[in-house]
Ligand binder design. Structure first.
Ligand code: GLU
Length: 426
């Protein structure tokens, strides 16, 4: 049975690269009806933090990934010691004065088969003797990794390219301990558009940041899938179950993937469009609450749903909604100076007054009647409709673009509309 693992160190947040490694491992396990193991590599006591661990676990869950087994290296220290002592007894390792246990590296030529890169050759004569257990009693990454992968029965080690140079060191340890070798698959790095490694400078890197920016987990997972892999028909929108049925680790690209935020935004917008409105609403509520636009006891879901419908087709991220529809949730709208100068230099008292007067007299305040009032004002004053539509939009929303103006007026309600237009009447 296929058994794979994702082995994050809780010394930082789960970033895009790690998340993709996690996803590919999980996918492969699903595709092969195998097991997916999560192993927390937390032997570096100084750098490991609970907040990182919590974020990693939370992010993996958020992506919809479930693990079959969970291990913490910090709970397996005696196991590493036991195997290190075995190597000591067999004279394959020695103890230093400071009590560290060190593995003797013999010069040899190693050929390692990698499922993605093919055969890779290494000359171990350039590798120094390897510390297995440090003076403080904790194991090194390479040693703990081998002991765990072997004793947990990992069949495929799928991880980032940055670990290729560790692989010969690990293979030597497998051989010394008499463990059978797993298969190795090293997936390429994700680079920024500029070519360097992804960093804070080139945008968000951690999964929790993407989540806060308003990406749907389904969309982010879809995007991650396409970094270094694509289904044969090059389909871009692919749901996870379909991916499971098509995925094979051998088909992952060798060359680095490039992180393209525009593509992620496009995929996210497509998922938002397809998303059931009620569910989308539930996802938006926390965003609105965080901004202080809503609180638990003033939730009018029916109203909110209508506003969501106005925007659904336009959003790239959930946060766009908060930025663009903000004027529905505040008392006073702020209008930037530039816009004030552009739209309200001319006195619009007469136009706004007439429009409000007509709205006031409406028997039924609905979208088509609002439009009717508007048309009448334009006709009576003999002006171009654009001369009114843009300033009204800016006065009500503080923005020059958005959904249809008459719908905005309707959902804002007569009271807010009156207040916001009156501001510009002398
Ligand atoms: N803890 C290592 C890392 O986060 C795991 C590498 C591996 O998968 O072997 O990079």
């Amino acid at each position: 049975m296929v058994k794979v693992r994702f082995a994050p160190s809780p010394t930082g947040f789960l970033h895009i690269g790690g998340a993709r490694t996690c996803l590919f491992n999980w996918l492969y396990a699903q595709a092969k009806k195998g097991k997916f193991i999560l192993r927390i590599e937390d032997t570096d006591i100084k750098r490991s933090k609970k907040e990182f661990l919590d974020e990693i676990l939370e992010s993996i869950r958020w992506m919809g990934i479930q693990w079959d087994e969970l291990y913490f290296q910090s709970q397996r220290l005696s196991l590493y010691k036991e195997f290190a002592e075995k190597l000591l007894r067999e004279n394959k390792a020695y103890r230093e004065e400071n009590q560290a246990i060190v593995f003797k590296v013999e010069p040899s030529k190693l050929k390692i088969k990698d499922l993605i890169h093919g055969e890779i050759e290494f000359d171990t004569s350039v590798i120094k003797d390897q510390v297995l257990i440090k003076a403080d009693g904790t194991p090194t990454y390479n040693f703990a990794c081998v002991v765990d992968d072997a004793t947990l029965g990992i069949t495929h080690v799928i991880r980032g390219d940055d670990h290729i140079s560790n692989t010969p060191k690990q293979v030597l340890l497998y051989e010394a301990l008499g463990f059978p070798l797993p298969e190795f698959a090293h997936i390429p790095l994700i680079l920024s558009k500029e070519g360097g490694r992804l960093s804070k400078r080139t945008g968000a890197t951690s999964i929790s940041e993407f989540r806060q920016m308003g990406y749907l987990s389904e969309a982010l997972v879809n995007y991650l899938l396409l970094l270094s892999w694509s289904p044969k028909d090059n389909q871009e929108l692919i749901d996870i179950q379909k991916a499971v049925s098509l995925f094979d680790i051998k088909e992952v690209n060798k060359t680095a993937a490039v992180f393209d935020i525009d593509k992620l935004n496009w995929i996210n917008s497509q998922y938002i469009k397809k998303y059931p409105e009620q569910e989308l609403l539930e996802k938006l509520i926390p965003f609105l609450m965080r901004r202080g636009y809503l609180c638990k006891d003033n939730l009018n879901r029916e109203y909110l749903l209508n506003v969501v419908k106005l925007y659904k087709e336009r959003l790239s991220t959930l946060r766009d909604f908060v930025e663009w529809a903000d004027f529905f949730f505040v008392d006073e709208v702020t209008i930037e100076k530039e816009l004030q100068e552009k739209f309200f230099k001319k006195d619009l008292s007469k136009e706004f007054f007439l429009f409000l007067e007509k709205l006031e007299r409406l028997e039924e305040f609905n979208i088509s009647n609002i439009e009717l009032c508007f048309r009448q004002v334009v006709k009576e004053l003999n002006i171009d409709s654009r001369q009114l539509i843009h300033p009204v939009r800016v006065a009500l929303t503080g923005k020059t673009v958005g959904p249809g103006l008459f719908e905005i007026i309707y959902y804002l309600g007569k009271e807010k509309v009156t207040r916001r237009l009156k501001r510009w009447i002398n």
